[in-house]
Design a protein around this ligand. Structure first.
Ligand code: PLP
Ligand code: NAG
Ligand code: NAG
Length: 517
């Protein structure tokens, strides 16, 4: 506590280079008016979790002043408020799983820019590949050939099973899903597309029809031919039990199922059939599903659900699309692609986010047959899709995932974290559910376990702020913003998980103390 009297820079120095127990929480407290926990609670400075060391030296922040940033934001940027926290973080540098803000605070990044920075911020090998390509050739458009695109197409297709071998390169997840919708329609000659309630598949006018979250439903016309169906959410939905999902952590709900027979799955499939019987034409174009829902708060379906749903859709002439924008590239640990964890073979796979580790890049992969159906109907063109820089980065990302065994790390460290978090669920009544696979984890907050009603968003926000003040960045999700989302760079370690779980536990204790007042 003597350190309190030192100037900011010396604190910064001590924290980052000498690894003295002075995490960003303490520094944050000096600057944050809202650090109420500092005053006299049992969890004051002394029991603050100790942040694991980091030997990276960030530059000193020398750009725009915070207030100036706020002004510019108000005047010139979108008025839609998406930033986390009462006082949004001003970040200026990243290194692997670490982020640094303008005040020199260090954070453990457990959200990776919304499930995007898969191999780590500014990964040296990816940086080197980008720099090399940057000084060689930036852009040609697809009316010329260049080797990075062909190298990448060969590398990516090798990671997908037959017959998923034809790749269309675009720039964002929304674009990828737009194109996949067109493919489904062009191939089937049908219009209707089914997606889950609670799903997020993008914000373009076309994909908005499949995004079933109220905040994105504009009331303006869009989404023609898109139909929603009940999300088979085994925690919040009407059915669910003790063995439903493919995760080391099951729900707290009891059931009388025997192995190989999931009653919840049967019930949700009846709902799916009801949608097919009532809400779509006799023949459909397709069905979109994320293998695990991201934005909806890491929702996992009962085992076997997708397999049966795919069969029903195909019987009606539709194709099946796996949206792997969040689940792909090894994050789920046991498999490289999320669809493999459901033992299904999609007709189209869409990918983005982690594909470029933060560089704008996305892809649609499909069968030669579906690719031909699209080509018959339209000349698909995209100026930036498959540009040399993106492809060089994409190749480096794939190499790093393999060389550093990041998929294996997701399995090992993710399972370790899930089991630790499941203990917190048992300890705290407001932690309703812990779920996920690999390094895609959800913690659903409730008023109490009996009701499973969502914890009010303001309360979830307080816990969220407290975690940030202790140096841990996590995400949010769920239609009530009730679920914490954890999806760190895939290179994190067990000691970092220990720190994160300790921070989360401290934040929960602080919250219980607040509630008791
Ligand atoms: C599952 C899923 N699909 C599609 C998208 C849209 O991607 P983008 O924001 O790159 O357009 C997102 C973005 O969050 C997503 O999570
Ligand atoms: C869709 O229509 C085209 C002709 O417009 C036809 O060649 C193709 O076989 C049809 N596809 C299916 C699945 O019916
Ligand atoms: C759907 O319709 C079929 C008949 O076409 C019927 O056998 C089935 O019970 C219906 N299912 C639901 C859930 O409505």
């Amino acid at each position: 506590t003597l350190l309190k009297n030192h100037g900011f820079l010396s604190n910064f120095y001590l924290q980052n280079y000498l690894d003295i127990d002075l995490g960003s929480s303490q520094l944050g407290a000096f600057f944050s008016k809202n650090a109420s926990w500092i005053s006299g609670t049992k969890l004051g400075l002394h029991s603050k979790p100790k942040m694991p060391p980091c030997d990276f030296l960030p530059e000193k922040y020398q750009s725009l002043a915070y207030n100036h940033i706020l002004e510019i934001h108000k005047k010139h940027l979108s008025p839609v408020a998406t930033a986390f926290f009462q006082k949004p973080l001003l970040l200026h540098q990243g290194h692997m799983e670490w982020l640094f803000d303008s005040e020199g605070n260090r954070y453990l990044d457990f959200f990776s820019g919304i499930v995007t920075v898969g191999v780590g911020h500014c990964h040296p090998k990816v940086n080197a590949a980008a720099q090399k390509q940057l000084s060689r050739l930036w852009h040609t458009s697809s009316v010329f050939f260049h080797p990075p695109m062909h190298t990448y197409a060969e590398q990516l297709s090798a990671l997908l099973p037959e017959p998923l071998k034809v790749i269309f390169l675009v720039n964002s997840g929304s674009e990828a899903n737009d194109l996949a919708m067109q493919m489904a329609r062009a191939h089937s000659n049908n219009t209707d597309i089914i997606s889950f309630r609670g799903a997020y598949h993008g914000c373009s006018p076309y994909t908005l029809g499949m995004t079933n979250v109220m905040a994105y439903k504009t009331g303006l016309s869009s989404g023609m031919g898109c139909r929603s169906t009940m999300c088979p959410d085994v925690f919040r939905g009407p059915w669910g039990g003790s063995y439903c999902r493919d995760s080391p952590a099951q729900t707290i709900r009891k059931c009388s199922c025997v192995p190989d027979c999931c009653q919840a799955k049967e019930q949700y499939i009846e709902q799916f059939k009801d949608t097919l019987n009532t809400s779509v034409a006799k023949s459909v174009a397709g069905f979109f599903a994320e293998p695990i829902q991201g934005v909806n708060g890491i929702v996992q379906y009962p085992k076997g659900f997708l397999k049966e749903a795919f069969k029903l859709v195909r019987e009606r002439g539709g194709v099946c699309i796996a949206d792997e924008v969040q689940t792909g590239f090894g994050r789920l640990g046991s498999h490289f692609w999320g669809f493999q964890t459901h033992d299904v073979m999609p007709d189209i796979v869409t990918m983005a986010k982690g594909i470029g580790n933060g560089f704008p890049m996305a892809a649609v992969v499909t069968t030669p047959e579906i690719a031909r159906s699209l080509a018959k109907r339209l000349l698909h063109f995209n100026t930036f899709g498959g540009n040399p820089l993106a492809c060089a980065i994409g190749s480096a990302v794939l190499e790093v995932i393999e060389e550093e065994k990041l998929q294996e790390n997701c399995q090992e460290v993710g399972t370790y974290m899930l089991l630790k978090l499941a203990k917190l669920r048992d300890e705290f009544d407001i932690v309703g559910d812990v779920r996920g696979k690999g390094l895609m984890i959800g913690i659903e907050m409730v008023q109490d376990k009996m009701s499973r009603q969502p914890l009010p968003p303001q309360e979830v926000s307080q816990i969220h702020e407290d975690c940030k003040n202790m140096g841990l960045i996590v995400g949010r999700g769920g239609i009530f913003s009730q679920t914490f989302r954890i999806a760190p760079p895939m290179c994190i370690t067990k000691p970092e998980v220990d720190f994160a779980v300790e921070v989360f536990r401290s934040a929960l204790i602080q919250h219980m103390e607040r509630r008791a007042k």
